[in-house]
Design a protein around this ligand. Structure first.
Ligand SMILES: C[S@@+](CC[C@H](N)C(=O)[O-])C[C@H]1O[C@@H](n2cnc3c(N)ncnc32)[C@H](O)[C@@H]1O
Length: 281
């Protein structure tokens, strides 16, 4: 005879600690200070649930104690999990395709080597799209190009390094690129595809927080891709980051923004070229 209790307990949700309005307000500030992310009022319910979950999984007796723990332990591993719980990692291969046509044309006219910084690279689709575009555009000198891919979220960096995606995720990749740059999984890997080493080797992944006071970068870039990330920051944070991008661009270099991001009124150091692509004034 079937017993109900084991199944019911398998699906049971843990009782989450209560999130007081003051705790939530404090968490919103903590998140903003650490990441620059501004949580809008419409996201408060989701944020309260996330906070309750993190408190439960971190084994803290209350949300208040959890936030005290974060404050008192700036190096704790829990910070990675806290940040990761609040970041929005939505991305796709060949997202906003026109940018890759512009990039192809741009790099074909530029002196090599070419270096691109993808500064909020999420699970890797964007930097691998960049690497495929560069490899395709530069022909024989396809190894004279590199992509630095960074993100604040340690968990997406780990996933991105693997370069493994479901067949559904790689649907936007043109057929020709699928043939050249992906390996299709078989057996236990059926339904998955892996980016080939020729492309993976062009990309270096590294954690980097755009709001931290120093960035561990030792080179300048022909182009910076900062797409669909500034929308989560306030205007003051966006302006500061843009001003820090400017000296990192080589002469004639380009900054690519997301389709809903407009930097024209934030800084006089960048001029809109069209299609959310900027150059240094
Ligand atoms: C919506 S995704 C955009 C991914 C990709 N750029 C694209 O357009 O498809 C935003 C990414 O920004 C990252 N992010 C948020 N705050 C950040 C910060 N302070 N520094 C660096 N990355 C950050 C998130 O972890 C997330 O992966």
């Amino acid at each position: 005879m079937l017993q109900e209790s084991p199944i019911a307990s398998y699906f049971a949700q843990p009782a989450l600690p209560r999130v007081e309005p003051a705790d939530l307000a404090r968490a919103v500030q903590v998140l903003h200070r650490r990441t620059g992310i501004v949580l809008g009022d419409h996201k408060r319910d989701m944020a309260a649930r996330t906070l309750g979950m993190r408190t439960h999984h971190a084994g803290q007796p209350s949300v208040h104690a959890y936030l005290d723990f974060l404050d008192q332990n700036p190096q704790a591993d829990e910070w990675d999990r806290f940040v990761s719980a609040f970041t929005i990692n939505h991305t796709a291969f060949f997202r906003e395709q026109h940018h890759f046509r512009i990039l192809k044309d741009f790099v074909q006219r530029r002196a090599k080597p070419i270096a691109i910084w993808c500064c909020a690279s999420s699970t890797g689709e964007e930097p691998y799209t960049l690497a495929m575009t560069l490899h395709d555009a530069c022909g024989q000198s396809g190894t004279d190009v590199s992509v630095l891919a960074t993100d604040i979220d340690a968990q997406v960096i780990i996933q991105a390094r693997k370069g493994v995606y479901t067949l559904d995720r790689i649907k936007p990749v043109p057929l020709e690129f699928l043939r050249r740059y992906f390996l299709r999984g078989t057996g236990r890997q059926a339904g998955m595809a892996r980016v080939k080493p020729v492309i993976r080797d062009l990309v270096t992944f590294q954690e980097l927080n755009l709001v931290s006071p120093s960035w561990p970068l030792s080179q300048k870039f022909d182009a910076i891709f900062c797409r669909n990330t500034m929308i989560y920051f306030d205007k003051a944070t966006q302006t500061k980051i843009l001003e820090r991008f400017v000296p990192l661009l080589k002469p004639g270099g380009l900054l690519f923004a997301g389709h809903s991001e407009n930097f024209t009124y934030l800084t006089q150091s960048l001029r809109l070229q069209g299609q959310t692509v900027y150059s240094v004034t």
